[in-house]
Write a protein of this length. Structure first.
Ligand SMILES: Cc1ncc(COP(=O)(O)O)c(C=O)c1O
Length: 390
């Protein structure tokens, strides 16, 4: 730390990435073969994409045009295919002009919020929140206003509670459903109530549906796109990382109305010029050919979630708050321990690595997040056994 220059107090005031901090607890330790470390911290698909998708990207890369910059808002065939995909999923009519392809859903959030808010504004963020959302808002000088869910709601926030938090600085409400970190899927009526609230107060409703494909096939999670004026309020975010196992290729999408899109285009031009072209080629191929493959994976993930639900019922000292997508959010059995102390205890005694609830906001000391996506079905019962013993 010897530089003479200043750093932004807004960025310096934000804590570093929590997953790295927790993994440091296990670094340097040797784990016995009969009780290896089980790392349940990160939500990343373990399997590679399907072979035909990989072969397609290899062919794409042999085209000299593949290495050039692309359009700022994404390659037109992908914008078209994704607009058609989202329209089919939501029984809606979304046009390619209403879609921007970004370098992952994190970037979609960043560009959307930069285009929507200025320093001094505030944004309502249900707590526990996806940590990168809170980190980015604070880096922008935008205040996250926490919205806690009520006991017994299964992790679902209430629009009436949110209304009481709105003041003259509020610009947007953020929802993630299915949720990271809780796994909770918000009922359509809840999402509709938040949309109506945002509309009434002329706020943006940011809806991150990174995990929409993990719902049972044919589910309609909400009907917001039925509103012919959806683009006046809704900003929709999506990730190709999870569905097609493309996390490293950085492809996501933002869907919004024309006025916001014009601002998003300026931000995208500065931060990325265009999303990675190989990732876009992969996502396009995925939408055209790999959705059945993805369905097999997401169905298997849902079954694994149910396996975990049954297994943890056998460890009654642990209370399951909610479960879905990749995650279970749990109340740990040690009221005298902070969440980080509970995590440390589990790694020290049980070789089990989880994230503390405090990574997802203040007041989460009784909770931990567990990404069951990271273990094979055969290890789910072992995880529950170690939790029970911990
Ligand atoms: C809710 C949510 N949004 C966005 C992301 C990031 O997605 P991407 O890899 O597309 O940036 C994640 C990844 O964990 C997530 O859980």
């Amino acid at each position: 730390m010897s530089e003479n220059h200043a750093v932004s107090p807004l960025v310096a005031g934000v804590e570093g990435a929590p997953i790295a901090a927790v993994r440091a607890l296990a670094r340097g330790r040797i784990f016995p073969a009969d009780k290896p470390l089980i790392d349940l911290t990160q939500a990343a698909p373990a399997d590679p994409p399907p072979d035909d998708l990989v072969a397609h990207v290899a062919r794409f890369l042999s085209d000299p045009q593949a290495h050039r910059y692309g359009d700022i808002l994404g390659d037109p065939p992908l914008r078209e295919a994704y607009a058609a995909h989202l329209s089919a999923f939501h029984h809606a009519a979304i046009s390619p002009e209403q879609v921007a392809i970004t370098a992952g859903c994190n970037q979609a959030f960043c560009v959307a919020l930069m285009a929507l808010c200025a320093a001094g504004d505030s944004v309502i963020l249900p707590r526990p929140h996806y940590f990168n959302h809170a980190m980015w808002l604070r880096m922008l000088g935008v205040r996250p206003t926490p919205l806690d869910f009520r006991q017994g709601s299964g992790g679902v926030p209430d629009a009436g509670d949110a209304e009481r938090l709105i003041d003259g600085t509020t610009r947007a409400i953020v929802l993630v459903s299915p949720n990271n970190p809780t796994g909770a899927t918000y009922p359509p009526e809840t999402i509709a109530a938040f949309h109506a609230l945002a509309k009434r107060h002329r706020l943006a409703l940011i809806l991150d549906e990174t995990y929409k494909d993990f719902l049972p096939e044919g589910t309609r999670p909400h009907r917001l796109f039925d509103d012919p004026a959806w683009a006046d309020t809704l900003v929709h975010l999506y990730s190709f990382s999870k569905v097609f196992s493309l996390a490293g290729h950085r492809v996501g999408a933002l869907t919004a109305g024309g006025r916001l899109m014009a601002e998003v285009q300026k931000v995208m031009d500065c931060v990325a010029i265009c999303a990675p072209r190989a990732g876009q080629a992969a996502a396009l191929y995925g939408l055209r050919h790999a959705l059945p493959w993805a369905r097999g994976k997401t169905d298997a993930m849902r079954a694994r979630g149910e396996l975990f639900r049954r297994a943890i019922a056998g460890a009654p000292s642990w209370r399951l708050v909610s479960l879905g997508a990749y995650f279970a959010y749990l109340e740990h059995p040690w009221p005298d321990l902070t969440a980080m102390e509970a995590v440390r205890r589990l790694v020290d005694r049980e070789n089990l690595l989880l994230l503390p609830g405090t990574a997802f906001g203040d007041g989460q000391d009784r909770h931990v997040r567990l990404a069951y996506a990271n273990v094979a079905d055969r290890d789910v019962a072992e995880v529950a056994r170690r939790l029970a013993k911990g």
